[in-house]
Design a protein. Structure first.
Ligand SMILES: [Cu+2]
Length: 347
């Protein structure tokens, strides 16, 4: 049920010249798309130690498709999530050790309907304890959301009772670290009978990364406690839809599911050049219906649905309107079918 994902492998070489006292040196990124052909400069002198052997950190690209998965009818929705530790590139030249639900960060977008039973199985293939907390569940957390040891698995079920866009995440202490390292995702709970069909549906999970100066390490605790992320992204990779704009058809309805996964940072979700015709924050309920929003204000863990149209041919940025975080990567582009997009996104 995860969206189609690009799967590339790249290598990150930290030049051994650092150890020879050359100061700020290069990281060469190879084997990936042109948008990542050159990594940014990186001063690794403080951790280059005395080794003269190049440090090689292999990593997959965390880029992924934004198309929301379709609902697949089933009375029991079985979800199996492997919890892994792997190196992922989350911005050009920035490789972090993530802890996952599934093969990417965020975990897969899940989509169920009210009345479905969600049977969740987590398999801990990492080296420390993890767990999974579903905000869509009404369940005793001390039992269902309990820790699972490495090598162990856990299965529990809950009934989807409340339509909305909800977060799931690892709830093992320290929770901030487990979320900062990538253990979160979105579950869409449709109302009974489903949402009205819309052909153009996308899912955006906004989250932030506190990148260690050493490639291939988990979140930097000092930055995390200071709440100073380096990268803020939609769907786990900085500005990926600016590099590769999302095509939509002019004048036709677009539905975006949005989640602010944090761990700490909010989302002020806004699409430049349009107004949301309809929106719901958290619960999809008539009394939550909001009309004419310019921006959706989502604190950490909140989800939303935004429905809108792009009336003219053109290129329409979407951002968190907290622009410091847009600058850190929470930005993308919608481009209508016939709009010209310059190389590199054109914005
Ligand atoms: Cu965890």
């Amino acid at each position: 049920m995860p969206a189609r994902r690009r799967n590339r492998t790249l290598s990150l070489l930290v030049a051994s010249a650092l150890a020879a006292g050359l100061g700020s040196a290069a990281i060469a990124v190879t084997g990936c798309g042109s948008s990542q052909a050159t990594a940014e400069g990186h001063d690794a002198t403080t951790h280059a130690a005395t080794s003269t052997v190049p440090e090689v950190v292999s990593a997959e690209s965390n880029r992924q498709d934004a198309v929301a998965p379709a609902y697949r009818p089933a009375k029991v929705q079985r979800v199996v999530l492997d919890m892994l530790e792997k190196n992922m590139e989350i911005a050009p030249g920035r490789v972090v050790k993530v802890w996952t639900f599934g093969d990417r960060v965020p975990g897969p977008v899940l989509r169920v309907r009210v009345g479905d039973t969600v049977e969740v199985t987590i398999r801990n293939k990492g080296t420390i304890q993890h767990s999974i907390d579903f905000h869509a569940a009404r369940i005793a957390p001390d039992k269902a959301f309990r820790n699972v040891d490495p090598g162990e698995s856990l299965t529990y079920s809950f009934e989807a009772t409340t339509p909305g866009v909800f977060m799931y995440h690892c709830g093992t202490a320290p929770v901030v670290h487990h979320i900062a390292n990538g253990m979160y995702g979105m579950i869409i709970v449709e109302p009974e009978g489903g949402l009205p069909p819309v052909k153009q549906e996308f899912a955006f999970v906004q989250s932030e990364f506190y990148v260690s100066d050493t490639p291939g390490q988990p979140a930097d605790n000092t930055k995390l406690m200071a709440n100073e992320p380096d990268v803020v992204a939609f769907n786990g990779y900085a500005a990926q839809y600016k590099d590769h704009p999302i095509r939509v058809r002019r004048g036709e309805p677009v539905r975006a599911f949005v989640l602010a996964a944090g761990p700490n940072t909010w989302s002020a979700f806004h699409v430049v050049g349009t107004i949301f015709d309809r929106a719901w924050i958290d619960g999809i309920h008539p009394e939550n219906l909001s009309i004419g929003n310019q921006t959706l204000n989502l604190s950490a863990s909140q989800g939303a649905v935004a429905e809108f149209r792009l009336d003219q041919e053109g290129v329409y940025p979407f951002v968190t309107h907290d622009f410091t975080n847009a600058t850190k990567g929470a930005v993308g582009l919608f481009a209508t079918t016939h709009a010209k997009v310059a190389a590199g996104g054109g914005h």
